[in-house]
Design a binder for this molecule. Structure first.
Ligand SMILES: [Zn+2]
Length: 340
């Protein structure tokens, strides 16, 4: 007797047995309406204000155990060598937020990535997650996206003392854990878990150093905390308002290669980023590229690892130096210089 798949599913449903879908992740569309997911114009622009973060709730948040990064993956990852024929690329977006601002949320970028079904990684500052709780939950809940760490308050981690370094790394993980817990407590997430949907990863696995600056000590601290240090090898230059969408798209398209890591901003500092992506993504797809998260890219090949952090050439990150507590250079107008 022939039994259709539909009949089997119906029988399972009537018996109260959910079909096995353990690998299928939950989606943010199960928790938020299209209107609630869509970005708004009002959120894009960063607001300058002294806005100190209360560290106490973060310090009281328990963190899941971390496995230190093995020796062969320590250092600053700039790209990934892939097996021949693999045409993967990782788009990454920094969500920087300092003590002197509440940064933006550029929904034009996120909405476009969702529309286009493009995977990406967001490196979120812990402070950004705390000031954008709903947006942070939406990003975490989306299987298209990976959320990594961009430090807590966008301090230059090559310039801070040991206690601050630990806070910047650990308390960003705490902000991730708080965001994850807030999402997991929602009824829609509880329902998704009961239906066997894959949960949001328990912990952050990747970190991007603020300003693209590190030193041996901060690299070691990050690796000991179980985080891969991810830099880039395609710089969009999107914090510069003079970089047009066409120019940014051109940079992405001419510098793209299998295994590339592209850096851009989704905190309102990427002036023409969304427009540039609307130009570049269809062309990259036509060239045969598949978009993956940075963790997926690293897992797909052999990372290209540098012993130091730099923008495009070893040593060039020094010009972006600033000390924690001092007025950061990008806080001045024009704000594009050195903001990563
Ligand atoms: Zn940044």
């Amino acid at each position: 007797m022939h039994v259709s798949a539909g009949a089997v599913l119906l029988a399972l449903a009537l018996a109260g047995v959910a079909p096995a879908r353990a690998e299928e992740p939950a989606t943010p569309q199960q928790c938020w309406t299209p209107q609630a997911l869509a970005g708004t114009q009002a959120e894009i622009t960063p607001v300058r204000a002294q806005h100190r973060l209360d560290l106490e709730p973060l310090k009281q948040t328990p963190l899941p155990a971390a496995t230190p990064i093995p020796p062969e993956l320590r250092g600053s990852i700039r790209a990934v060598e892939l097996p021949p024929g693999e045409k993967l690329i990782a788009l990454t977006f920094d969500l920087c937020e300092t003590d002197t601002e509440v940064a933006g949320y550029d929904g034009r970028i996120v909405d476009l990535l969702r529309e286009q079904g493009v995977k990406a990684t967001f490196f979120a500052g812990g402070k950004w997650m705390e000031t954008h709780p709903e947006r942070a939950e939406q990003l975490l809940a989306d299987p298209l996206f990976e959320v990594g760490s961009h430090g807590l308050r966008h301090y230059d981690l090559s310039q801070v003392n040991e206690a601050t370094l630990q806070d910047e790394v650990k308390l960003t993980e705490a902000a991730f854990a708080r965001t994850r817990a807030a999402y997991a407590a929602k009824q829609c997430a509880i329902d998704a878990a009961a239906a066997g949907k894959a949960p949001v990863p328990e912990r952050v696995r990747v970190l991007r150093f603020p300003y693209g600056r590190c030193d041996p000590k901060s690299l070691a601290t990050v690796a000991d905390a179980g985080l891969l240090a991810i830099q880039w090898d395609v710089v969009t230059g999107d914090p510069d308002p003079r970089e047009s969408a066409k120019a940014i798209a051109n940079t992405i398209l001419t510098k793209a290669h299998p295994g590339a890591i592209v850096v851009a901003h989704a905190n309102g500092r990427g002036w023409h980023t969304a427009e540039a992506l609307a130009l570049a993504i269809p062309k990259l797809k036509a060239e045969g590229y598949a978009f993956v998260t940075v963790s997926e890219l690293v897992a797909a090949g052999k990372p290209v690892i540098a012993a130091t952090c730099y923008e495009t050439k070893p040593g060039d990150a020094k010009r972006y130096a600033h000390s924690a507590g001092k007025r950061p250079s990008h806080d001045l107008l024009p704000i594009f210089d050195g903001l990563y």
